[in-house]
Design a protein around this ligand. Structure first.
Ligand SMILES: NC(=O)c1ccc[n+]([C@@H]2O[C@H](COP(=O)([O-])OP(=O)(O)OC[C@H]3O[C@@H](n4cnc5c(N)ncnc54)[C@H](O)[C@@H]3O)[C@@H](O)[C@H]2O)c1
Length: 257
């Protein structure tokens, strides 16, 4: 496969959950494509490491610690982005957590609220302040929310994660309808099982080769973070100028079976 190239020169991109996994890969891809990138994450140490990595590769990046479950912090994140770089063109609302495998019957209310506050309300907060800024600028923008295959199908023992990821698609579609006339395109991606620290925490490495990869994925392998970054950049580029509210599966066919 040849190298995929995008040009985001002169644009500013914001990524939440950018210290690891898909967020880090997307931040790196935006930087490689010429964007100025704001990386944000709740994990300050990993975030600093990510920034240093991308800077050493020549990217123009900065970072802010932000817990997306805290609406005030998200508001401040967008304000600081604009203070530093003067604009906001693209946003990848990616921060999320996975729950421990549990039946609904065994789930405590605070575990439910924890996942919802990050995976669903966190995306709502991010979109809210991003849309306000993009409307103010007047030239539009692009927002991509990171849902999941769990936004399209049920998964036993992951009910609240699945509910948050389904809910995110509803938020995405509704926000896309509200913001489209202002030239702000809002979409979502629904990754399959991607080789990230989150997945490695969920299952041990042997399981990754058997249960998740070979048996369940039509392409017979896990996805890479770069394959997700490509989808994010395409949805933020002019190449997808007529696409809004789309829950784009990047799952090697898992959910079409
Ligand atoms: N890995 C997969 O197979 C997979 C599949 C589908 C969807 N997803 C979704 O993709 C997104 C990224 O997943 P990943 O696999 O790269 O995860 P990861 O755990 O490897 O990275 C997630 C990052 O988000 C950060 N984060 C967690 N809570 C946060 C908070 N409250 N505020 C700000 N940052 C926070 C973490 O510190 C971490 O750096 C998540 O929303 C996840 O639900 C993952």
């Amino acid at each position: 496969m040849g190298k995929v190239r995008y040009d985001f020169t002169g644009e500013v991109a914001l990524v939440t959950g950018a210290a690891a996994g898909m967020g880090l890969a997307a931040a790196r891809a935006f930087a490689e494509a010429g964007a100025k990138v704001v990386l944000s994450d709740i994990d300050e140490k990993q975030l600093q490491k990510a920034v240093e990595e991308i800077r050493s590769e020549g990217g123009e990046v900065t970072s802010f610690v932000c817990n997306v479950a805290d609406d005030d912090q998200v508001k401040a994140l967008i304000a600081k982005t604009v203070e530093i770089y003067g604009r906001l063109d693209c946003a990848f609302n990616n921060a999320g957590v996975i729950t421990r495998a549990k039946d609904i019957a065994d789930m405590a209310v605070d575990e439910y609220d924890h996942v919802m506050s990050i995976n669903l309300r966190g995306v709502w907060s991010a979109m809210k302040y991003e849309i306000i800024q993009m409307k103010k600028q007047g030239w539009g923008g692009a927002i991509v929310n990171n849902s999941s295959l769990a936004g399209k199908v049920g998964v036993a023992q992951r009910a609240q994660y699945v509910a948050a990821k389904h809910g995110m698609l509803g938020l995405t579609k509704s926000a896309a309808l509200e913001a489209g006339r202002d030239g702000i395109r809002i979409n979502a991606i629904c990754p399959g099982t991607i080789d990230t620290p989150m997945v490695h925490r969920m299952v041990n490495d042997n399981d990754l080769d058997t249960k998740l990869s070979k048996a369940a994925v039509p392409l017979g392998r896990l996805g890479t973070v770069e394959e997700i970054a490509h989808a994010v950049l395409w949805l933020c580029s002019n190449g997808s100028s007529y696409v809004i509210g789309e829950p784009l599966s990047v799952d090697a066919g898992v959910t079409i079976q």
